[in-house]
Structures are given as structure tokens and as C-alpha cells.
Design a protein. Structure first.
Length: 412
């Protein structure tokens, strides 16, 4: 596993945070550093059809070894990390032979990865774990997926077994919902795909949330507070009232799980004259997103009546949709992943993901693309961690997946 660990540590040290306020693709130029590194690494390994385009999308192919043509599937991972927390100067910490205790992060001892809050740790006794020092994200979402794919590709090149061709694809800006905007499916040339962007081990995600973004913008009237009576309209106060009227006993991340959706304000900015909040709307049933948007508009209507001199606007933007319906286009995709897991002694678990992946958008574009585990845990947080042993299992699954697809013939 040393090669896998070395790759992962090298990748997470590169700051690839995306920026949802940027109009460019990729949204941050620093993502290109990792994209270029991956393209060069693919070439040095001996992969074929290696390319990197102006958008930082990297593609490469592991040739198949079957005597007759087998379908080519794609593996997809994203290089960017979440804009919700810093990924500048990541200092990964490697914990060998994990003993089951809480993990105190050395750079900020107030940050502790507690077993009580991370029950998955109980399944990782004896594993090699990777955390940060507490000041940044780790970036296992999704550099664990990137490292797993690259390591699997390297092993397939030296595998003395029959397997199908495999296409690698690394994207930018997945964390802000733009991961496959510039992806050319004809160039990808795959029968289906698998995103390597899941937590834990042995899970196959066949559903994701459907998702929209909402932006609440309040425009007030600013003046000097000494003469504010009857004149000032404070956008900050009105926006605060708006947010206070959102449901908290339900429809919030803090109070929902399983198949329950939520509305989540995650960014607020502004001043007296103008203030805004960005929210994400999530549910497994797409129709529910409309209900959430109508609830936001109902709050706005009430506040407009209370503050007639203010402007209160709610706008929504489509992000991605549940991949469930699109997966029927390639009914072999999930069974092949299940067979690969069973081949290495793991009983697969079909699950749903309370989030989205590039696979959500790829499936909507016509490429069925379930999501597979990569050993990442607790993403978008300085308390993020990854299990090297689970990452190694993910590598073995991908090798067996290529063997499974190698049993098929093009056109079947």
C-alpha cells in the first residue's frame, strides 16, 4: 500500500479548493496544478490516449487484454476540494495501527475526531489512518478517489489476467456543481462510468439527492445610524429574520437523515444596504425541491409586507438530479460492481448518498454512473479522515471490476 499512500499524501498537499463565485472553468487556476500532475503521471505509467484540455479535464486509457473487444467503462474522480473550509498548506498526519481511541489533531488540540461521533472508526482497528493537523481539510473528498484510480490503473498494466479497457477521467469543480459542464462524453467513449467519491468500504450508491441552490437577497436603505430613525432599513436584520423563520425541527441537516431532505443556509454576507444568503435545497424526490422553493417565497412574501421599503428576492438555480432513473440505461453497471466486491470477499451494500457526485450529472447527460466507496470519511471538515486499508480495498475492487467487464463483449 506504500504506493497508494505516497500518491494520496502527494495529492492532498496541493491546494485545489474551488470557488463557486468565480465565473471561470475551472473556477480556480490552482486546480490545474493537480490536473497537470495527473496527466504527466498517466503518461509516465504508460497509459494511452492521455489528454488534458483547457478546462483541466484529464483523460487516459488502460488498454484491455481481451482477445475480443470488451466494453470500456470509465472511472471518474474530481481534483477540487470544498470551498467550505481551507485546503491551504495541508499537513497530513499518518496514524499507523489505529488503536480505537479518539484522535487529537496536533495542530489544534481543541479539534478531536471522536469515536462517539465517528462510529466508522470502530471498524478500522489496526488500520492506517490519515488526518490533518486540524487547520485544514484533508481533501480525501475526492483525492482518495483520485489516488485509488491511479493505483488501480498502475496495477492493471501489470495484471496477468484478462480485463476490459478502462477509461480514467479527472474533473474540476465538482464541489460547486460544475464538474462535468465541459466534459465531452463522445471523447470519454464509455458504456457507463463509476464515480470514486464514496465513504467507507463496500458501498454502491445508486441514488443521490436532487439539488438546487437558493439565493436570498435583501436590499435595504443605509444612512448614518445617528439619523436612522424613520430612514434606515437594515438589510442585515431583515435577512436574519428570514433565516430565523426557516424550519429547524425538520428540513435542516441537523435534524434529518436517511431519505429526508433539507434546506441549508451555508453562507451569509453583506451590510446594511444589502445582505444575502446562499442555501442548498436537497431531497431525493425532485418535486420536493419545488415545495422548498415555495416555502422560501412564502417567507419572503410575509417579510415584504412587514418591511415594504425593503427589496427581498429569492432566486433558485438547478444543480443536479437523483441518478436513480438514469441508471436503467445500463443495467449491468451495479451488478458488475457487486460481482467485483464479492470477488475479493466483500458483501456489497447498495446505498443512497445524501449529496451529489459528478455521477449525478453524468447520468443525467446519458452516461449511467453509480458511485463507489473510497475510504474517505467526514468530508468538508477539518475532522476529515481516511483509511488507507479501505482505500486499498477500493483499488482491489476496481481491478476486479475491469476483470468482470472483460467477460462482456462489445454490442451485448
Amino acid at each position: 500500500m506504500n504506493s497508494l499512500l505516497e500518491r494520496f499524501l502527494r495529492y492532498v498537499r496541493i491546494d485545489t479548493q474551488s470557488d463557486e463565485t468565480s465565473p471561470t472553468y475551472p473556477s480556480t487556476a490552482k486546480q490545474l496544478e493537480l490536473s497537470r500532475m495527473l496527466a504527466e503521471e498517466c503518461r509516465s505509467l504508460g497509459l494511452v490516449d492521455v489528454s488534458i484540455d483547457e478546462f483541466g479535464i484529464v483523460m487516459a486509457t488502460v488498454p484491455g487484454t481481451t482477445s475480443q473487444a470488451s466494453p470500456m467503462f470509465a472511472l471518474v474522480a474530481h481534483v477540487d476540494t470544498s470551498p467550505e473550509y481551507s485546503s491551504t498548506n495541508v499537513k497530513p498526519q499518518v496514524v499507523t495501527n489505529y488503536d480505537g481511541r479518539d484522535l487529537v489533531l496536533p495542530g489544534d488540540t481543541s479539534k478531536v475526531i471522536r469515536v462517539a461521533e465517528n462510529p466508522e472508526l470502530t471498524k478500522c482497528l489496526g488500520h492506517t489512518l490519515i488526518t490533518t493537523d486540524g487547520h485544514t481539510l484533508l481533501g480525501g473528498d475526492d483525492k482518495a478517489g483520485v489516488a485509488v484510480i491511479m493505483t488501480a490503473a498502475e496495477r492493471l498494466l501489470n495484471l496477468d489476467r484478462t480485463h476490459s479497457p478502462m477509461r480514467l477521467c479527472f474533473t474540476c469543480d465538482e464541489e460547486i456543481g460544475r464538474g462535468v459542464e465541459k466534459l465531452d462524453l463522445e471523447k470519454l467513449n464509455a458504456i457507463c462510468g463509476y464515480t470514486l467519491d464514496g465513504g467507507g468500504q463496500g458501498e454502491i450508491d445508486g441514488e443521490t439527492f436532487s439539488a438546487d441552490q437558493a439565493i436570498i437577497t435583501v436590499k435595504g436603505i443605509n444612512t448614518h445610524p445617528s439619523i436612522g430613525k424613520g430612514t434606515m432599513v437594515n438589510a442585515i436584520r431583515i435577512l436574519s429574520e428570514f433565516l430565523s423563520r426557516l424550519p429547524t425541527a425538520c428540513l435542516s441537516p441537523e435534524t434529518t437523515d436517511g431519505r429526508q431532505g433539507f434546506m441549508h443556509p451555508y453562507h451569509v454576507e453583506g451590510g446594511v444596504a444589502e445582505a444575502s444568503a446562499r442555501l442548498i435545497l436537497r431531497d431525493f424526490e425532485t418535486d420536493a425541491l419545488g415545495e422548498q422553493a415555495r416555502l422560501l417565497e412564502a417567507i419572503a412574501v410575509t417579510l415584504r409586507a412587514e418591511y415594504p421599503r425593503a427589496s427581498i428576492e429569492v432566486t433558485t438555480r438547478h444543480q443536479y438530479r437523483n441518478m436513480r432513473e438514469g441508471l436503467v440505461k445500463e443495467p449491468r453497471a451495479i451488478p458488475k460492481a457487486e460481482a467485483a466486491m464479492r470477488a475479493i470477499g466483500i458483501e456489497p451494500k447498495r446505498s443512497i448518498i445524501r449529496g451529489g457526485t459528478d455521477g449525478s450529472l453524468l447520468t443525467a447527460k446519458g452516461l449511467p454512473c453509480p458511485n463507489l466507496s473510497t475510504g474517505q470519511h467526514n468530508p468538508h471538515s477539518p475532522l476529515e479522515w481516511a483509511s488507507l486499508d479501505e482505500m486499498e480495498t477500493a483499488v482491489r475492487v476496481l481491478v476486479e471490476l475491469a476483470v468482470e467487464w472483460g467477460k462482456e463483449r462489445t454490442g451485448r
